[in-house]
Design a binder for this molecule. Sequence first.
Ligand code: GTP
Ligand code: MG
Length: 204
Amino acid sequence: TERSVQVKLVLLGEAAVGKSSIVLRFVSNEFQPNKEPTIGAAFLTQKCRLEDRVLRYEIWDTAGQERFHSLAPMYYRNAQAAVVVYDVTKASSLEKAKTWVKELQRQANPNIVIALAGNKIDLVNPSAPSTSSTPESEDEADDATATPGETAASGEPESLRQVPRDEAEAYAQEAGLLFFETSAKTGEGVVEIFTEIAKKIPID
Ligand code: GTP
Ligand code: MG
């Protein structure tokens, strides 16, 4: 018979980074473009099948609005896993994610598996640089004639990326976190968060 372990998982992160959208993608394979903010927290479950076992995630999707911050300990207490989400198009959301990681590392279960997820990667132009090294500026004179959302040179949509992948990944490695870039909109990277966490949950 197949083993099915229950795993309590909590999502944390600034408001509107896409926590609920990641959960909706994982649980229902759906996306809602105008998802309403979470009030308090939402509870959902989903199975996750690995080669040798099945896990049942019990997911607490918390509200990111600051007025709900004090509720968070109720949801991360006893959690075996946490997904801390930021928005790759909003640099301040990574700073907020770092404060959540610190809080988890101080207050949560010492064996908690933490994943850092940079969401909304669909808003990033794949040809735009994803490293923090600034490319030499070119054709600056053209910028004045560029349409908002487009670069004058190529007509390609301008990348909205504010958090370089290498910077976030280096932080995650230093802090001992799993790291993903995701899009709840396209589904990119979403299942991977939950399967990679599952592989790190010890079989008891
Ligand atoms: P709170 O519940 O307030 O903490 O917010 P949240 O982190 O749960 O964010 P939510 O999932 O409600 O998403 C906020 C907005 O961003 C919604 O309009 C979503 O449709 C949008 N959104 C979420 N994920 C993505 C994504 O991957 N790409 C894009 N383009 N939009 C996204
Ligand atoms: Mg939400």
